[in-house]
Design a protein around this ligand. Structure first.
Ligand code: SF4
Ligand code: SF4
Length: 377
């Protein structure tokens, strides 16, 4: 099993310190390779067009450190690739790269910014076929550079979930629609991660996000960087450091059940700095409690039916909505209509993927807590 390397990092202000920490993590992971003539793809988290200080996307100092490392090690064909969910154009993707702060480091180190949304349908290990970006498929090396955040649908987003970005732009909605249940979706994410073949995964956990992540939560200082060649064991360790049980982090739970990560985190060797566990991380309001296991078997179907009806769901605050239509474009099941310049959700069609919540630029889509959870807390 691959090791996980951890390095304390207090803030992004000292870019020299971030560079040294990233270089040390990559050296420890054995990334001192011959890159000449090889295609290298750096995959940040570029969830949507936003500023680095929103703490939604991978910090540009971490991307700059990775690009600097690759340049120093002779890489001469490096591409930065990601595509926000929803409908994209070349101009909108370039605008996102600029806003997120990735354009400057790319220019400095001679890396290309990819706007290529072409893809190939790939059969995943579980048998399903999913479109994967040709840019990712053509890479010799994929550097997966994620941000550590809570996530309204999956519970947690880190290195495995970051590679859902291998599915280009608007096509992500199709994958949500084909696998609407959280468990099945998270298993597909694990398989998509395997298909993307990350050479190494690096996690920006200097300032992450808690609460209603991945975009509407609050920034949370976590204070470290982490890396591993194995994204599944990396996320298992990250979930543990955040104080999350596997069942609270959908892709971690799925990777354990698929035999990709151990349930017992002590089986994973960590090296580097000692990092304190977080004990008070705010979870996303959408997270549910499942009491069914403690109920008599004959009541469980009724419990499941009731809990489905009163489960957490997205809700638009029409006073905040500016009618941009981004949520409606991204909604996989066409559950959102724009009327009188306001978004309206048809709950009967909603599959609770939270793409609308994730992509709303003014945070007008909130999460209405599950009634069961309100009773439980
Ligand atoms: S809810 Fe947000 S994304 Fe949807 S139309 Fe309103 S402002 Fe735009
Ligand atoms: S309304 Fe929002 S949460 Fe529901 S299916 Fe559409 S995008 Fe997903």
């Amino acid at each position: 099993m691959e090791r996980v390397y951890l390095k304390k990092a207090e803030d992004y202000g000292n870019s020299g310190a971030i560079e040294r920490s990233v270089a040390s993590l990559l050296d420890n992971c054995g990334m001192d390779l011959d890159y000449r003539g090889k295609k290298v793809v750096v995959k940040p988290n570029m969830l949507r067009k936003c500023r680095p200080e929103d703490r939604i996307t991978t910090d540009p100092s971490v991307i700059a450190a990775v690009l600097g490392y690759l340049s120093e090690h002779g890489a001469d064909d490096v591409t930065v690739f990601d595509s926000p969910g929803g409908v994209n154009t070349r101009e909108s993707i370039l605008a996102s790269y600029r806003a997120c702060g990735f354009a400057g480091p790319a220019e400095k180190y001679g890396a290309e910014l990819s706007c290529d949304m072409s893809y190939t349908e790939i059969q995943l290990s579980g048998g399903a076929t999913v479109p994967i970006s040709n840019t990712i498929l053509a890479a010799d090396y994929v550097f997966n550079v994620c941000k550590l955040k809570t996530h309204s649908m999956a519970g947690l987003t880190a290195s495995v979930k970051n590679l859902f970005g291998a599915v280009p732009g608007a096509i992500k909605a199709e994958v949500h629609l084909r696998f609407p249940e959280r468990d099945a979706f998270c298993r597909r994410i694990c398989e998509i991660c395997a298909a993307a073949k990350p050479t190494v995964s690096i996690c920006d956990a200097v300032i992450g996000m808690e609460g209603d992540g991945p975009s509407a939560g609050e920034p949370r200082k976590i204070g470290f960087l982490a890396a591993s060649k194995d994204p599944y064991v990396l996320d298992r360790v990250l979930a543990d450091l955040l104080g999350m049980r596997p069942e609270e982090a959908g892709t971690v739970e799925a990777s354990i059940s698929m035999g990709l990560a151990p349930e017992d985190v002590s089986e994973i060797e960590t090296a580097g700095d000692s990092i304190s566990h977080i004990t008070d991380l705010k979870r996303a309001k959408s997270s549910e409690f499942d009491f069914s296991g403690s109920l008599p078997a004959f009541i469980r179907p009724l419990y499941k039916a009731v809990s489905k009806r009163v489960a957490a769901r997205p809700k638009v605050n029409t006073a905040e909505c500016v009618g941009c239509g981004r949520c409606a474009e991204a909604c996989p099941n066409k559950a959102i209509v724009i009327r009188d310049r306001k978004a309206h959700i048809d709950n009967s069609k909603c599959i609770k993927c939270y793409c609308c919540h994730e992509l709303c630029p003014v945070k007008a889509v909130h999460v209405k807590k599950s009634v069961l959870r309100m009773v439980a807390r």
